[in-house]
Design a protein around this ligand. Structure first.
Ligand code: FES
Length: 56
């Protein structure tokens, strides 16, 4: 599903970025640009990053 509409980024892309080595929302943002415009997706994006890291 789409997490970030501004950038057209899906939860799958976020999980892939984590498995490629990103270990925080900040790093996923640097890699994908998620949550870099309106910021509304930030909370959900952070939850997905935490889930992908096994921290939920
Ligand atoms: Fe992600 Fe706007 S929906 S920055």
């Amino acid at each position: 599903m789409y997490v970030c509409l501004c950038k057209g980024i899906t939860d799958t892309q976020i999980r892939t970025a984590v498995s490629d080595g990103a270990s925080s929302l900040r790093e996923v943002r640097a890699a994908l640009g998620v949550a870099s415009q309106c910021g509304k997706c930030g909370l959900l994006a952070r939850q997905i990053v935490r889930d992908a890291l096994g921290e939920t």
